[in-house]
Design a protein around this ligand. Sequence first.
Ligand SMILES: [Zn+2]
Ligand SMILES: [Zn+2]
Length: 309
Amino acid sequence: MKQVIFNVGGALASYLEYDNKKILIDIGSCNSFNPITDFLVPLSEKRSAKTNNKFNIDQLIISHPHNDHLSTIEDFDKYFTADLVTCPNDNPGQEEKHKVKWSLVDNPSEEYVTYLRDSILPGRKPPLKPTNPINQFLYYIPPKECEGNNDLDGKNYTNNLSVAFYFRINGYKLFMPGDLMKDGMEYLIKHESSLRSKLAEGVDILVTPHHGLKSSFSTYLFDHIKDKKTRCLNIVPEQSTSEDSNRIVDSRYSSTEYCMGINNFSTRESVVCQKKTSTGHIYIDYNKSSYPVIEVINNDKELIKRFAN
Ligand SMILES: [Zn+2]
Ligand SMILES: [Zn+2]
C-alpha cells in the first residue's frame, strides 16, 4: 500500500499500489523526469517479465485531457497496457451528456490529445468505473454541463472535466480531484450526494486541486470535509515559482486551519500541513495504522527500491 506523487515540475503524475492493484493517476512529465521511462519501466523490469511484449497495469487514469497530465502517453503505450482506462471521452455507448466535446478542449488537435483519441480510447467501453467499487470511488461533472451554465464558467471546460477520485487505503482516505476549478468543485459536491458523504467520512491526504493554485482554492470543499480540514497532509503538485508569478500556491494549504498535520513530519513545536512536489517525489507508505509514513525522495533509484521491496 504505497503511493508516489512525482516531482514533475508544474505537471501531475502519481502511481499507487494497493489491494493488489497497480494504478497510474495522471502521467505528466517535466524535462528532468518521465514517470514512465524513469520509474515504471525500470520498476517493472526488476519485477517481472512482459506479457505480449508489454507490461500490464490495472488502471490508467487521465483526469482530464491537458498536456501536463498526459504528456507521457506515447511512452506509456509503448511499454504498457492497462486493463482499465479512465478518462473523459466521447466513446459510443453512453448518453450524449457524458460525451466530451473535443472541439471545446483547449488545444484539441495537440499531439498528446490526438494520441489519446486515436490510440488509447477507441474500443474502451463506457461508463467510467473504479477497479474496485469497495475502496475506489470516482466522480465527475457530465461534460455537457461543463460547457457552461449559471454555475459553471465555460472557459474552465477542460479542467472541470476532471474525474475526481476518492480512495480508501488501509483505513486512510485519499482525495485526488485533478484540476477541478473552484466553480467545478462546488458544483460537483452540490450535485453528488455520494461524494458529500465520502468527504464527510474525512480526507487524510489531499492532492490539492489544480496544482494548489490560489484561483482554485475551495473553501466549499473544506466545509464538506469532516472537521473542515484534512487529517494528515495537503500535497501540492507544483512548480517552484517566484513571488510575482501568476502560478502562486495558496498558502492556506499549509495552515493548521485546513489540515491537522497528523504525519511523521510534524513535531510538538511545528505542525507540517503541506508538502510540495518541487521538493522531491513524495512517497507515502500507508501500511502503518497510526499515520502514513511520508518521505521526500530525490533519488530516482531510491524511489524504485521503495516499490521493488
Ligand atoms: Zn494541470
Ligand atoms: Zn488542467
